[in-house]
Design a protein around this ligand. Structure first.
Ligand code: U2F
Length: 471
C-alpha cells in the first residue's frame, strides 16, 4: 500500500484485558474486509492495544497486514517493576491492572494516536473504541471526528449499568421490609425475573464512567443480535439515536482468503478428539480468559465428571501441569482415573468445539462471548458465573432463554454438578433446552443473512465509519 494513497484512517482502541481485544479485532477484520473491496481500499485501520496483547493477536494471524490492519502499542500504565497481586479469594485484585491502565490512558492513548498518524501519514478520520474507554471519546472530540463506542458484552448488562444508580435505594427499602433476595423492581422493563444480586457490580468506576459517557458517542455498537433480547433492544433504541446490534462479532462473515486463525487454531487436536465420541455426549468446560475458580470447586467438578463417567474436554488458561496437580489434590491416581475419559488443554478452538455434534453441554463462567458461541453451536449450558456481567448473563440464559441452568447454590459441589449434568445430558428437560437453543441459533443465523438485522446494522455502521466527515 502506498502511504500517499491512504484516504481514511480508522483508529480502533481496545480495552486490553480478557477477550476484549480479540472481540474488537473480529469486528475490525470484518470492517477491513469490507473496505478492502472496491472502492475504499485506501482505508487503514490502526489497532491500539498493549504490546503484550498486540503481539499475541498479530503473531497468531499474519493475514491482518493484507487487510490494512496495523498494530500500534499503548503503554499498559503499570509502574516500573509492578508485580500483579493475586488471591483467588479476592477476585477484585485482578482488576488492579485494569484501573492502572485506565488511569494512565488519557496521555497514553493520545501519544499512541499521534504516532499512528505519523506512521500512516493520514489524520485519524474516525475513532472506534471499546465502550470502557470513554477517554477515546475525548480524543475523537479533540479531532472533530465521530466516536463509535463498542460494547463487547451484551445489551442487558448495558441497560443494567444505566439503571444501577436507581437500584441501591430500592434494595435498602426492600431490606428494611425483610426481603432477602429482592427482585429488580418492575419499573425496569425486561428484568422481572432478575434478582438484585445478579446485577453487574455497579461500584466499578470503569463501568460508571462508561454509563455516564456513552451519550457522547455518535453510534453504539453491541456484540449481539436484536432477536436475542427484543425488549432490551427496544429500550436501547429509545435511549440512543444510533444503537446498532451487529453481532456476534466472532461470527461475522470474514474474508474467505483470511480466516480468523485466532479462533480456529487447534494446536491441541481437540476436533480430532471430538470425532471419536458419540453425538451430544461430551462435556465441554471453559471459564474464559481470566476466571480461575477455587481449588475446592475444581476438585468438586472433576469428581462429578469421574462419577458420571461423561467424556469431557476442558480448556484451562494457565499452567496446566500445576492446575492438574491442584485439581487432583496432588494425587496421580485421581488424575489418571479422571483423564481416562477426558482431555485437558490450554486452549481449544471454542467455536468449532461448540459446533461439533459430539458436544452435549457447555460448563461455562457465562462470559458473553461464550454464551453467544454456545447458541451458535446449539449447545445447552451449565453456568457458574463469577463477577461483572456474568451473573446477569446466567439469569438471561436460564430464565429468559431457558437454554441451560446454573449450578445449585452458585458453586460447584460434587452432587450438585452431577445432578446438573444428568439434567442436561439425560433428562427430557435437557432435550427441551437443546430444542430452544436450536431455535435461538436459527434466529441468530437469520440475523446474519443479507437482509437480517445484524447485516443491516452492519451496513449502517459502515456508513458511519467510512463516510465519516469532520463533525
Ligand atoms: C470477559 O470474559 P472472558 O474473556 O473471560 O470470556 P468470554 O466473553 O466468554 O470470551 C472468551 C473468548 O475466548 C475464546 C472463546 C471466547 O470467544 O471462544 N476461547 C477460546 O477460543 N478457546 C479457549 O480455550 C478459551 C476461550 C468478562 F470476564 C466477561 O464478564 C464478559 O462478559 C466478557 C465480554 O465482555 O469479557
Amino acid at each position: 500500500l502506498q502511504e500517499a494513497s491512504v484516504e481514511r484512517h480508522i483508529a480502533m482502541f481496545t480495552f486490553p484485558f480478557a477477550s476484549h481485544p480479540s472481540t474488537l479485532l473480529a469486528l475490525t477484520r470484518r470492517l477491513a474486509a469490507a473496505a478492502v473491496g472496491s472502492p475504499p481500499s485506501s482505508t487503514v485501520f490502526s489497532f491500539f492495544s498493549t504490546e503484550r496483547s498486540n503481539s499475541a493477536l498479530f503473531r497468531a494471524d499474519s493475514s491482518l497486514a493484507s487487510l490494512n490492519i496495523r498494530p500500534f502499542n499503548v503503554h499498559d500504565g503499570l509502574p516500573e517493576g509492578y508485580v500483579p497481586r493475586s488471591d483467588p479469594k479476592r477476585m477484585w485484585l485482578q482488576a488492579e491492572p485494569m484501573h492502572l491502565f485506565i488511569r494512565a490512558a488519557p496521555a497514553n492513548l493520545r501519544r499512541a494516536a499521534a504516532e499512528a498518524e505519523d506512521a500512516v501519514g493520514c489524520r485519524i478520520s474516525c475513532v472506534v473504541s471499546d465502550a470502557f474507554l470513554w477517554v477515546a471519546g475525548s480524543l475523537a472530540e479533540e479531532r472533530g471526528v465521530p466516536w463509535v463506542a463498542v460494547r463487547t458484552g451484551g445489551p442487558r448488562s448495558l441497560v443494567a449499568h444505566f439503571q444501577i444508580q436507581m437500584i441501591p435505594s430500592t434494595i435498602r427499602h426492600l431490606a428494611t421490609i425483610g426481603s432477602e433476595d429482592p427482585e429488580v423492581p418492575d419499573f425496569i422493563p425486561g428484568f422481572s425475573s432478575t434478582e438484585c444480586r445478579d446485577l453487574p457490580d455497579g461500584n466499578g468506576s470503569i463501568l460508571h464512567s462508561m454509563a455516564r459517557n456513552l451519550h457522547r458517542a455518535t453510534a453504539i455498537v453491541v456484540n449481539s443480535f436484536e432477536e436475542a433480547d427484543p425488549v432490551i433492544t427496544q429500550q436501547l433504541h429509545s435511549k440512543f439515536q444510533n444503537y446498532l446490534s451487529v453481532g456476534p462479532f466472532g461470527l461475522l462473515p470474514q474474508a474467505t482468503s483470511s480466516p480468523n486463525k485466532y479462533f480456529s487454531h487447534d494446536p491441541n487436536g481437540c476436533i480430532p478428539w471430538l470425532e471419536c465420541h458419540e453425538p451430544n455426549s461430551v462435556v465441554y468446560i471453559s471459564f474464559g480468559t481470566i476466571v480461575k475458580p477455587k481449588t475446592s470447586e475444581l476438585m468438586a467438578l472433576m469428581e462429578s465428571l469421574t462419577e458420571t463417567g461423561h467424556p469431557f474436554l476442558w480448556s484451562f488458561c494457565g499452567d496446566l501441569v500445576e492446575e492438574l496437580s491442584i485439581i487432583s489434590g496432588g494425587n496421580l491416581a485421581v488424575m489418571e482415573k479422571a483423564l481416562v475419559r477426558g482431555k485437558m488443554v490450554r486452549w481449544a478452538p471454542q467455536l468449532a468445539v461448540l459446533r461439533h455434534p459430539s458436544v452435549g453441554v457447555f460448563v461455562t463462567h457465562c462470559g458473553w462471548n461464550s454464551l453467544l458461541e454456545s447458541i451458535a453451536g446449539g449447545v445447552p449450558m451449565i453456568g457458574r458465573p463469577f463477577f461483572a456481567d456474568q451473573p446477569l448473563n446466567q439469569t438471561t440464559m436460564e430464565d429468559e432463554w431457558k437454554i441451560g441452568l446454573g449450578v445449585e447454590g452458585g458453586v460447584f459441589t460434587k452432587q450438585g454438578t452431577v445432578r446438573a449434568l444428568e439434567m442436561v445430558l439425560s433428562r427430557e428437560e435437557g432435550k427441551k433446552m437443546r430444542l430452544r437453543v436450536g431455535a435461538l441459533n436459527d434466529a441468530l443465523v437469520k440475523s446474519m443473512e443479507p437482509d437480517g438485522s445484524s447485516s443491516q446494522n452492519f451496513n449502517k455502521l459502515m456508513m458511519e465509519i467510512f463516510n465519516s466527515k469532520k463533525l
